[in-house]
Structures are given as C-alpha cells and as structure tokens.
Design a protein around this ligand. Structure first.
Ligand code: PLP
Length: 368
C-alpha cells in the first residue's frame, strides 16, 4: 500500500513552482549569460526526480551534479530531454566509458585527469567533451597555478582530443558582498581565460550572480538560491521559499517546577505549563544543535523548543498556545512562513545548504 499521508509523522512540502520561479529570476538576472541549475545531492535534498524535469520544462538546458552516479541517475530522469549534464567531481580512472554511455560531461580538475580524458578520446577515436576547472583561490578542486602555467605554455599538449566545453572556476566568498577574495578571484579568472584558447567560461554560483554582471561570463551555476535560501545575506532574500516542514504532536503533558525535560535533564521547568512532543528529530535532519533554539508554530503562534533534540522527537513549550490548537495529531510548522531555512540554519550554527541536504528519507514528501 502506498504511504498514506494520514499516517505521516512529519511532512516535507516542496513548492516546485517556487523553484522554477527562482530559476527564472536568476536566468533573468543573467542578461548576457546562460543559466544552468545545480542539482547535486538530490537537488539539495528536495528531490532531483521532480525538480530537474520541472526546470527542464521551464527551459533549463544545463545541469550540474557532483558525482558520476548522480549524473547517471539524472540522465535517466531526463531521458528524452535534450540537456547537457556536467559532473563537477571529474573522472576517476576506470569510469571513462560510463561518461560516454550516459552522455555526461566531466569537469576535469587537474592535468592528470586531462591526460586520462585524452587517452579515452584516443581509444574512442573521437574528441570527447569536457569542462576544465581552473582554481582561482578555493584550493579545493581545479588546476592550481603551476598546472595553469604548464597549460598556458603548451595548450595543445594538454587539450588535443578534448572537445573543450569551457573554462570553469568557483568563488570562495561569494556570499560576502565586500570580501576582497571576490574581485581577486575575478581578476585571476579573467587573466587565465584570456591567456588560454578561447572557450565559454563559467564562474558564478548563486551568490556570484548577485556580485554583478562582471561575474556572469557565459554560464552561471546557481544551486542553493533555486531552493529558496538567501544568496544575498546582506539584504532581503530575493528568492521564494521552496520548502516547508511540519511535524505531528504525539503527546501533550502538563508540567511544573521543579521538573526537567529530555536527555541530560537539559531544560528546567520554571513555571506551571504544557509541553508538546513533536515527531521529528535529528534523524530527520532536525539538527541536534537546534536543542533549546527557535520555535515551532501553531497557526503562527510560537512554541519555543525546549530541551535536547533527540533522534525522533523534540519538545516544545505550548503553555502560551491555546489548547485546541495543540492536540495529539495536530501539525506544527518547523520550517515555513514563520521560520525560514536561513533562520533555522542560523539557530543551528550552520548554513541553509546543510539544513536542506540533511532532511533524509522519513518525511512524507508532498510536491505542490
Ligand atoms: C555546489 C556548487 C555550485 C552551486 O553553488 P551554490 O552556492 O549552491 O549556488 C556551483 N559550482 C560549484 C563548483 C559547486 O560545487
């Protein structure tokens, strides 16, 4: 039998139209560049099987994933759609033919990988497409300064047999509007692109798009902004929220001083009142660092989280919420109009990316 919504302990509602609208807004900002969509980690936890086809239908023609297996899955999801799929993590030795089979384009991150790809092209007898990642300050993936010099000195030696799709680089501090790394990386990328054989260039992630048109080049690669997190923490969120989380009330109890709540007796009751136990926990990505932070909402009325977050449960103080709203089986909003992904992330001491990608498989997922 299909999972019946009425049995659900917690619900993750995903607004697909909001994701599509967010992509359209980002695309419209890229007046002279194309706009891809980054759908790695199952579309940041929202579900690539639903999100990617919706974006393709809206006109998105280029998708980025992190891993080969994500690319293979995405190719199947988008079967019959004419889109390119890029794999940011590059090619591990022995996996080359899978890229060909599933028409995936790797992002090559070091000269050894370029050599691997040239050999594969020569085995196949045909130039093979790839992006090349030039590191400009992240020091994570991409050709570093020495490798860049070798490439500039003799491009043909490294690129023959590679159908160069473009040059790519990634910003380290794009979410900090005034960070000096941004113009520095931009300048480095410009210099590299002009010294190397002419090809399209891709630089901006979500926040990078908002650093100005200089950062757009030919192809932008937004991820988190599609899913509603604020790419411009310095000002109002220009994106639409795309996720909502609600959890069920399992039990309501009366409490009074001197009781404590939860593991470690982490919260002391100081007044007579009521507690509700909600059916969500750190196994659902409701991070343990949210213990004693923020609130659940009943019809917009705040019920502060008290005590530690446990694996499957949290406890909230509902003393100030009218009883009829807090019955066993009632729903409480944990992320939604009253508490954004970015707020939850701040309360947890993390970033929206981690909140989104932590949700896990136990929710009833509702796509609207
Ligand atoms: C994840 C990723 C992106 C998307 O970044 P957002 O900040 O989510 O927009 C773009 N480029 C690369 C190389 C990435 O790893």
């Amino acid at each position: 039998m299909a999972f019946d919504g009425d049995r659900a302990n917690a619900r993750l509602t995903i607004d697909v139209a909001a994701v599509v609208e967010n992509w359209s807004r980002l695309r419209d900002r890229c007046t002279h560049a194309d706009c891809a969509a980054v759908v790695k980690a199952d579309a940041y936890g929202l579900g690539a099987a639903v999100i990617a086809p919706a974006l393709a239908k809206a006109g998105c023609r280029r998708f980025f994933v992190a891993q080969l297996d994500e690319g293979i899955r995405l190719r199947a999801i988008l079967a019959g759609t004419d889109v390119s799929i890029m794999v940011l993590g590059g090619v591990l030795p022995g996996t080359e033919t899978l890229y060909g089979q599933h028409r995936l384009v790797p992002v090559l991150n070091h000269l050894g990988e370029l050599a691997l790809w040239r050999r594969y092209a020569s085995d196949v007898g045909d130039a093979q497409p790839a992006w090349v990642h030039l590191d400009t300050g992240m020091n994570r993936l991409g050709l570093g300064p020495d490798e860049q010099t070798r490439l500039i000195d003799d491009p043909a030696a490294h690129l023959t047999g590679i159908a160069l799709a473009g040059w790519l680089s990634h910003l380290a501090c794009a979410d900090e509007a005034d960070h000096p790394s941004n113009p520095l990386q931009l300048e480095r990328f410009r210099r590299l692109v002009s010294a190397l054989p002419s090809a399209p260039a891709s630089f901006a992630n979500s926040s990078g798009i908002f650093r100005g048109t200089d950062y757009h080049f030919d192809l932008a690669r937004p991820g988190v902004a599609l899913y509603g997190a604020n790419p411009t923490p310095e000002r109002h969120n220009p994106m639409l929220p795309a996720v909502r989380i609600d959890a069920r009330v399992l039990q309501v109890r009366s409490v009074d001083s001197p009781m404590t709540v939860g593991y470690g007796a982490g919260h002391a009751i100081v007044r007579r009142g009521r507690l509700a136990t909600l059916s969500v926990g750190y196994a659902d990505g409701y991070l343990r660092s949210l213990s004693g932070k923020g609130a659940a909402y009943f019809n917009g009325l705040a019920a502060p989280v008290v005590g530690r977050v446990s694996m499957d449960l949290i406890t909230v103080d509902v003393t100030d919420v009218p009883e009829p709203l807090v019955q066993t089986g009632a729903w409480a909003e944990l992320i939604g109009p009253h508490r954004t992904v970015d707020q939850v992330a701040a309360e947890a001491g993390t970033i929206g990316y981690e909140v989104l990608t932590s949700f896990g498989p136990r929710y009833l997922r509702v796509y609207v």
